[in-house]
Design a protein around this ligand. Structure first.
Ligand code: F6R
Length: 612
């Protein structure tokens, strides 16, 4: 949430910062702004997208080789020009961008106001820049020392970048609970919320830790210290990210590209971890901790949103195959109640971004209780990946569309492989069934490819239901979480109200909503509960609901009663979510496009939720 980018070097800063902001726009698009140093600080900020900022800055003085930029997801203060970042100090010497929330901003603001500071925005951020200014003035401190002192007073989460026109050869950045990456180029430095704005210039980065402050200087030197002034020597990492991975690659939207990448991304998530012919599975992250995992009393899965839905399927997988009790928790709830977590528990955190504040906080709480922490993360080098004791990357590549698609299926792949690996170690699965599932896993990418060819049919169904005010998604067993995920995808990108329900629960309430204007999307691929699903469909039809059923190829029975059927290839039931979610992603995508919604940047959302 909120994207930060900063540059110091020999090149013009503005084009680098604007391009960086475009790459970070998925983190928030309520407003954007830049400050460029050229003798004086030139600050430009605008409500809306990065494009609106570019139009506004057109023709204005933006030359300079040092600058900072920000794209905002509003927390404190409405999305408008005055609340856009950067925020400048009262004496106009300092300019600062911030991602996070300063929770004690109100008391700090009061104290600063008493000292004569006046504020021009409604943000918590502006308080910080005034506080730094105050310490500089009162104690005659350098920028980095004043930042250090100010951050010691701040309660909350922050990634900040700030510069001072009186120190024109340095930029200072700091982080706590919000990400900040330092890019080391040749005679130039970059600071950004993630590596995407940096990769065009250098693949050498340092991931800052919480409560660290970095000072980068024009002479090529830099220093990282803690809030307590201890010098930190970080290993410089080389990141493996290609610029093409950050482009739409000919697709109309990132979401469409990411849906269509899934045959490849699912394969990538499995690569080197499975061999059906030779009959093995090997999940690297588990190996060093296998005994602890085999002996675990419980697995607790903590996640948010779509990742939480993947976690629910994880529960079915681990319990079904490896016979270990599983609890799936919203990270935001887990962190604030007083849960029973013991040393013999394994806490599994699922997160595409690896930066979700609630998931990270739940992990911190679980670490204090002694559980083993395992991360299943997409974003390499992210906070959750670094915080956990062990883990597995899902290798889906950068996911830029705000609605998660390919990360979800890759999370399912890793969960399935982990459950199978554990089942094998514990001896809870027969050799025959193990082999069968391995072969079925290897077949998934080509089956997903086959589903993607149904695009025209799914688009047609989308035209039929695009104006519905509500939609209901039903599923059973492994496909119940897919009903939840289908409903979430529709809600977030098309703004149609949708609910996911276990099919049998419909009778206990939601059936009251069903009439001819209510599309009901039913996951009907389960072999084990087939007859029961058929009955649920009959119940909807008896009340004039419109049924769209996702069925297994060759199904004839449901075809007779449903209004539309989408036929997908058969697979083993534990793997069926990997296939049944694909048509739901496609359906939501087409409905959103037909409703002229901004598919990649839905209103009010942001991709990386780094605030509580
Ligand atoms: C929905 C979506 C969100 C995320 C959630 C968790 O399409 O993308 O619900 O799944 O914000 O994010 P991560 O997985 O980054 O922790």
């Amino acid at each position: 949430m909120c994207g930060i980018v900063a540059y110091i070097g020999n090149k013009e800063a503005y084009p680098i910062i604007i391009e960086g902001l475009r790459r970070l726009e998925y983190r928030g698009y309520d407003s954007a702004g830049v400050s460029i140093l050229n003798g004086d600080i030139h600050t430009y900020k605008k409500k809306g997208k990065v494009k609106d900022l570019e139009d506004f800055v057109e023709g204005k003085n933006k030359s300079g080789t040092l600058g900072i930029g920000h794209t905002r997801w509003a927390t404190h203060g409405r999305p408008n020009d005055k609340n856009a970042h950067p925020h400048n100090s009262g004496n106009s010497d300092l300019t600062l961008v911030h991602n996070g929330i300063i929770e004690n901003y109100a008391s700090l603001k009061e104290a600063l106001a008493e000292l004569g500071h006046t504020f021009t925005s409604d943000t918590d951020t502006e308080i910080l820049v005034h506080l730094i200014e105050e310490y500089q003035k009162r104690d005659d401190l350098s920028l980095e020392k004043a930042v250090q002192k100010a951050l010691k007073k701040a309660v909350g989460a922050y990634a900040i970048v700030v510069f001072d026109k009186k120190s024109p050869n340095k930029i200072v950045g700091a982080r706590k609970s919000s990400p900040l990456v330092l890019g080391l180029g040749k005679d130039e430095f970059f600071l950004a919320s993630d590596a995407t704005p940096i990769i065009k210039f250098t693949n050498k980065v340092i991931y800052l830790n919480d409560e660290e402050i970095v000072t980068v200087n024009r002479d090529g030197s830099y220093e990282v210290v803690t809030l307590d002034d201890e010098v930190q020597n970080h290993e410089v990492k080389e990141i493996d990210l290609k610029i093409e991975e950050l482009e739409k690659g000919g697709y109309d939207h990132f979401m469409l590209k990411e849906i269509h990448q899934q045959p490849t991304t699912i394969f990538e998530s499995m690569r080197g971890r499975i061999n059906a012919e030779e009959g093995w599975i090997l999940v690297g992250g588990m190996q060093d901790h296998m005994k602890r995992m085999v002996d675990a009393d419980r697995i607790i899965i903590a996640a948010c949103g779509t990742s939480w839905h993947a976690g629910l399927i994880g529960e079915y997988l681990f319990e079904d195959l490896a016979r270990v009790p599983v609890e799936v928790e919203y990270a935001s709830e887990l962190r604030y109640r007083n849960p029973v977590i013991r040393e013999r528990d394994v806490v599994l955190a699922l997160s595409q971004s690896g930066e979700t504040a609630d998931t990270l906080a739940a992990l911190e709480m679980a670490r204090n209780k002694g559980a083993l922490l395992y991360g299943i993360v997409n974003n390499v080098g992210s906070s959750i990946a670094r915080f956990t004791d062990c883990g597995s990357y899902i290798h889906a590549g950068p996911e830029i569309g705000v609605a998660s698609t390919k990360a979800f299926t890759s999370q399912l792949v890793v969960l399935t492989l982990m459950a199978l690996n554990l089942a094998k170690e514990k001896g809870t699965i027969s050799e025959g069934y193990f082999r069968k599932l391995l072969y079925a896993m290897e077949d998934i990418p080509k089956k997903v490819e086959q589903i993607l060819t149904l695009d025209e049919q799914i688009k047609y169904i989308a035209t039929e239901i695009k104006d519905a005010p509500n939609a209901l998604y039903l599923g059973r067993g492994y496909n119940f979480p897919i009903a939840l995920e289908g409903a979430l995808k529709l809600k977030e990108i098309s703004y149609i109200h949708a609910e996911g329900y276990p099919a049998a629960e419909m009778k206990h309430g939601p059936i009251a909503l069903i009439d001819e204007s209510m599309p009901v999307i039913v996951m009907a691929t389960n072999v084990s509960a087939y007859e029961k699903i058929v009955s649920n469909i009959q119940e909807v039809k008896a009340r004039k609901g419109m049924v769209i059923a996702i069925v297994t190829e060759g199904d004839t029975e449901i075809k007779k009663i449903a209004d539309y059927t989408i036929e997908i290839p058969e697979t083993e039931e534990p793997l069926s979510p990997l296939l049944s979610v694909i048509p739901l992603q496609m359906l939501s995508y087409h409905i959103a496009v037909l409703r002229n919604c901004n598919v990649d940047q839905p209103r009010n959302l942001a991709k990386s939720v780094t605030v509580e």
